[in-house]
Design a protein around this ligand. Structure first.
Ligand SMILES: C[S@@+](CC[C@H](N)C(=O)[O-])C[C@H]1O[C@@H](n2cnc3c(N)ncnc32)[C@H](O)[C@@H]1O
Length: 208
């Protein structure tokens, strides 16, 4: 006989595999599963009181962020794609009806200045060329020791190369500028992890 936790794990893995497969077949971008498991672990260990996600898409990454969200904690997801955002809302509310979540449709750069609350855990997965702009807004919404996790920081290793295809120039420039900002040891402790397409994990020291 299998334990309840193993049965739950197996059902969850099947659900996520199906969701990921369907998303990729519809060309909806989603994080890799190893990135998801990393987010899941980070939330379990850090136990944040409020999570902000920029670019929640159809909610695949949100699943991993919400799974271990403690009671009393809140999640805000932003995405400018209305269809994806409403899929995310439906997917997450069905799976975690008790979680305190809000899903906001629109451009994060316009929405962030209007948000009154503070966050202690941020996941960035919006437009790569905008990452430096997001972080400038995010630091107004976080306190000391908040964590910022950023996806696709390697951009298929293009960030490591000197020569860029025209199509990726703006993206790589944005990612490099983001890394320049979060590599300033006066304000951040940052490490790059080689999961998925590369993840930057930064702890904000405050002061910016
Ligand atoms: C890589 S996808 C997100 C995938 C999602 N995190 C997941 O793994 O399931 C990037 C998303 O960012 C959204 N996006 C891009 N620029 C944005 C902006 N300025 N404000 C809000 N959403 C944005 C896009 O609509 C898209 O759904």
């Amino acid at each position: 006989m299998q334990s309840d936790s193993l049965i739950h794990f197996q059902n969850e893995r099947d659900l996520l595999e199906k969701f990921e497969k369907e998303s990729r077949s519809k060309k909806i971008p989603v994080i890799t599963k190893d990135t998801g498991y990393l987010l899941e672990l980070a939330v379990l260990i850090i136990n944040p009181s409020s999570i902000l996600e920029i670019g929640c898409g159809n909610g695949f990454s949100t699943y991993f962020l919400i799974k271990n969200l403690g009671s009393g904690a809140k999640y805000t997801g932003i995405d400018m794609n209305r269809e994806r955002l409403s899929s995310a809302r439906e997917f997450i509310i069905n799976r975690f009806p008790e979680a305190d979540t809000e899903f906001i449709c629109g451009n994060a750069l316009k929405i962030l200045p209007e948000i009154g609350r503070k966050y202690d855990f941020v996941f960035i997965d919006g437009a790569k060329f905008e990452y430096p702009l997001y972080v400038r807004e995010i630091i107004k919404k976080i306190g000391n020791n908040a964590i910022i996790i950023t996806d696709n920081i390697l951009c298929g290793d293009r960030i490591l190369s000197q020569k860029q295809e025209e199509h990726y120039k703006r993206t790589v420039r944005g990612l490099k500028e983001y890394l320049r900002i979060v590599s300033d040891k006066k304000y951040f402790n940052t490490t790059i992890i080689g999961a998925g397409d590369g993840i930057a994990v930064s702890i904000y020291k405050g002061g910016l």
